[in-house]
Design a protein around this ligand. Structure first.
Ligand SMILES: [Zn+2]
Length: 63
């Protein structure tokens, strides 16, 4: 990876800031049919399949 390419990548904390600000307290139905409440300590973990369109499922269904 070149220095210019490397510079395009932000730190993980920047991603977490976006997730916390956007998702905290919100509830969703996932593609697998399970539910998630973000920012809840007992909430499901999720797996995000990357690509042109995201597919989001809980980590229990993510294998
Ligand atoms: Zn699931």
């Amino acid at each position: 990876m070149t220095k210019e390419q490397k510079a395009l990548y932000q730190e993980a904390n920047a991603l977490k800031d976006i997730l916390i600000k956007t998702l905290s307290g919100r509830k969703f139905k996932l593609d697998c049919g399970h539910h998630i409440t973000f920012g809840h300590y007992l909430g499901n973990d999720i797996t995000i399949y990357n690509g042109k369109e995201f597919k989001v499922i809980c980590s229990q269904c993510g294998h």
